[in-house]
Design a protein around this ligand. Structure first.
Ligand code: ZN
Ligand code: ZN
Length: 338
């Protein structure tokens, strides 16, 4: 296509608020009237594959720099669409391999995505003049849409498929249109019409705490935002690990559910990090973590006294423990010696 070889593309959409890199890329392809795969082959050639890896997370230079250059978008803004931009807030240091705290994995297997790593809010998609996908929808603790006060979804409500908005037009000839990013690639169902599910809450204080956290990641472009920092993120993550650790068949999650007088849900067994779990499990876990975090010292102490969590587990595999957490846990050891 003529025009794609010149430095600036004919269509130069800029990233929308909190837009995810791949969403921006798909919009640009549609804007040029091309299928996503065709567009990517034209721009990057056959050797550089975009869709068999998690480029939102990897943020490859050849991709981000190209989009920045061809659309006249400042590099900083272009990199702001990648999950790497959460470095120093959600996780300490970006690494290209291995897990990163609080980022949903796609569990890529060739081009097939098996994990439910892309969440969405049907009402947000419906509000958009052109539906697009948000960066914050890839964050594991963000299970709520703060704008519409409802649960996010992590799969098609009709057929249960994971969301792959870049695959919408595959096998559909030329019958695609720009609005189709909001359609399920598997069954064609319009994700904008997903049923609204009200926020599941175990405890008002915990939900308020969780909501504040979600608000910070959605609104929090401001790095001075005190709500989210790496220390807090690491402690919360340690608590999610404690939730799924069993000790003599007793667990922290059961203990908290008893305290809150709620049934809770059965978590998939095994040492699965929260970033690989389905939305309902994550939301359940976050309610419990938020309950602890809202008044950490006495609540963790109560759990420890009830033998729902073991002292040595609280700091197991936890290097460079943040000060506030170290002090709380050390306080238990003093008590033990008395
Ligand atoms: Zn929404
Ligand atoms: Zn579907």
């Amino acid at each position: 296509m003529r025009g794609l070889t010149s430095p600036l593309w004919p269509i130069r959409y800029k990233p929308l608020p909190d837009e995810l890199l791949t969403s921006w890329l798909v919009r640009l392809a549609y804007g040029h009237g091309l299928k996503v795969q065709t567009f990517c082959n034209l721009i990057f050639g056959n050797r550089r594959q975009v869709w068999n890896r998690d480029v939102d997370r990897l943020a490859p230079e050849w991709l981000v720099d190209e989009l920045s250059r061809r659309t006249g978008t400042p590099l900083e803004v272009a990199y702001g669409t990648t999950l790497r931009s959460y470095e120093g807030r959600l996780f300490p240091k970006f690494r290209s391999s291995g897990a990163l705290l609080w980022l949903q994995t796609l569990k890529m297997y060739h081009r097939k995505r098996e994990g439910y790593g892309v969440q969405f809010c049907g009402a947000c998609l419906a509000d958009d003049p052109l539906p697009y996908f948000r960066k914050a929808w890839r964050v594991s603790f963000n299970t709520i849409c703060i704008k519409h006060n409802r649960m996010l979804l992590d799969r098609c409500p009709q057929c249960g498929s994971a969301v792959m908005f870049h695959r919408m037009e595959m096998g559909r000839g030329s019958a695609f249109e720009a609005g189709s990013m909001a359609a399920c690639h598997a069954c064609g169902c319009d994700l904008r019409e997903s049923p609204a599910i009200s926020i599941m809450s175990y405890d008002e204080g915990a939900t308020m705490w969780h909501l504040r956290l979600c608000r910070s990641i959605v609104d929090g472009v401001d790095l001075r935002d005190a709500d989210i920092n790496v220390g807090l993120m690491r402690v919360m993550h340690q608590l999610t690990t404690l939730l799924t650790t069993r000790f003599q068949n007793r667990g922290l999650d059961q203990y908290i559910c008893r305290q809150l007088r709620v049934e809770g849900i059965e978590l998939l067994p095994g040492r699965m990090p929260i970033e690989t779990r389905p939305l309902l499990e994550r939301h359940h876990m976050m309610q419990l973590v938020a309950w602890l975090m809202a008044d950490l010292e006495p609540r963790l102490r109560g759990a420890w006294r009830a033998k729902a969590v073991r002292y040595n587990r609280m700091i197991k595999d936890f290097d460079d423990v943040p000060q506030f957490y170290a002090e709380i846990v050390e306080g238990f050891s003093d008590w033990r010696r008395q």
